[in-house]
Design a protein around this ligand. Sequence first.
Ligand code: PGA
Length: 262
Amino acid sequence: MVNPSRRSMIVGNWKMYKTIDEALAFIRTLNPLIQGCAVDVYLAVPFTMILVLSDAAMDTSIIIGAQNMNDVTEGAFTGEIAGKMLKDSGASFVILGHSERRLYFRETNEFINRKVKRAVKDHLLPIVCVGESGLERDSGQTEEVLRAQILGTFEGIESKDMEKIVLAYEPVWAIGTGNTATPEIANEAHRICRTIIQEKWGEETAKNIPILYGGSVKPENTKKLMEQGEIDGLLVGGASLSVETFSQIVNYNRVTVEGIGS
Ligand code: PGA
């Protein structure tokens, strides 16, 4: 399993978009554009294309993963997918607890916690999402919400296993809305997350865990976000669907297109 140890990573989350042909064309076009880039590039793709894409990405530096999984290894759970099936298809990582799963599929911290433990056992790198809603932020509950989500989703996980996990701070009010958190707001929320982790798992774990920011990341705001000391990478939804915008984000520190990186 990858141990990212705060290496910069940029993760595209394709959600429920693209056919296999479109996805293959995307990888073929993206690969030459990201040669020598300074970050690790991850793509969280629909289940149906993990096998084909992990094969197609074999000779590239692109890492293929999934967007969800179940918390048990197998069983009578119609429509669900197990971590070992993802691994078997070539996935290296899995996004867990995305706010869309929490909201539309009623996923709780307890359920996500069981998935995180299963993913670690199945040698998949879990990218675990937390984040407050606009209402919670406006009523001053951000820290409380982050604390409940972090302590809940990582309950019972030992420090040695925390090294095999990535956290993603994704404020719900910033996802798919165009309202990116300012770099300062994002950095401050990351600092809060790291403090919560330090209190429970100690300084070493807090120092080593990569924390990604997600929510309306675009080529125009990437550089400023990535310059923040607490931000180790990005989780990109909408802007990861086009090779043009995604490659600009990945190449944020060397792109010369007007307006980007400014
Ligand atoms: P967005 O999505 O970049 O489209 O806001 C981010 C995410 O949901 O991971």
